[in-house]
Design a protein around this ligand. Sequence first.
Ligand code: FES
Ligand code: FE
Length: 458
Amino acid sequence: MKHNLEISGQTNLEEGVVDREVFVSEDIYQQEIETLFTRAWLFVGHESQIPNPGDFFTSRMGEESVILVRDKAGVIHVFLNSCRHRGMKVCRYDQGNTSLFTCPYHAWTYATDGKVRGIPQYQELYAGVLDREKWSLIEVPRMVNYKGTIWASWDENAPEFETYLGDAKVHLDQALDCRDGRPGGSEVIGVHKWVFPSNWKLASENFLGDSYHNPSHRSVDLIGIGPSARTGAKGRRDNELELAKHVWISFAAGHGVHSAVQAAGAEYIAQFANDPEIEEYFRHCHNERNARLGDNARLLPFTGTIFPNTSYHGRQPRNLCVWHPHGTTETEGWRFFLVDADAPAKVKDFLRRFYMRYSGPAGMTEQDDMENWLYATRASVGTIARRYPFNYQLARNQAELHPEVNGLTVRGRVTTKMTEHMARGYYRRWRSYLDGADWDELLGQNDPRFSNAKEAEE
Ligand code: FES
Ligand code: FE
């Protein structure tokens, strides 16, 4: 199906405007489900959620339910959560452990490797007709375990996940390895799930690095409960921020991040715990991280979105969040909170409390953000409102390709002041999916902005 240019006719990314129909049109939403969520790499869960054979976590890819499961041989799979007989959801639990998935409808059973294990009255009613080998659960063809995070794609021809990440890889690494004493040593200590009345892209684009919305969080800054605001915004003493240069980066495949580059030799010690023992642990992580990541350890991750709908907070609170589409004006947010698996219990407990206060449906910053997204959605569905596009013109034509910042080469299109170029790049790729483009184009390999330093951004 082709992108309906007529109804998104005001979208012009060279001008920095996006038609509101992109956020409210049923037709465009269906095209997203069919052309984008069936191809892009999507985050489905974390290996720490399924440590033992038979462990499962019921996740989603777009609108579809999938089961992330470790089979009895220890191999991780992602299956469509739908019975091959008549489509019933074979697993209706959020997570657990099982040796078999038994369909509640007519009781076909499937082993944890997806194979049909039992069919009631098979000999009397199906023998010689039904080949059980052909009726296994549908397995998502592409799956990768990247530093403990599990990603999947329905497109057999999708590029390797690391190719898909491109230059965004070092930034996602920061979020995944940030505090750990060892790479990939994170564990999920909880998942918050909630539904809010907004288009899913408003949340995704916010985490590309929309620092311009910081006035929304003024109350959090004033009372000093932000990740680094030990004494509140005015009395901030956090050396990591004072010595860092902020960068906003757009990547060829549509990802975007807000990060900062710390000066060489500066210390990166989180100072928001007000507890010497916890800060000592963070100091230990700082040293481990420096030893492991070298110069890239100077990147301080704030937020990012891996195209299309997986975002992260890379500092504290450290988490991955997925913005599952639920129709044009509804989104289901899932936040996976990460801690170092080998952190002391006191650190884990401190971070658990901090996460709940900061993020998730009851977290102070999340509430600020959600109000913006849901009112922006609601105020855009009207017949009149739809006639007027959104503005994404902030800091146009200012990005540089692979510049040096604080002595570190930062790959991607980069600005050192806040901008909306990540969102412009995101919607360019979004459009490529809806146009049915090939993977070269989806990865931005033909996009001159990422191969020619002199090319004007837009
Ligand atoms: Fe599952 Fe019939 S729908 S056994
Ligand atoms: Fe925010």
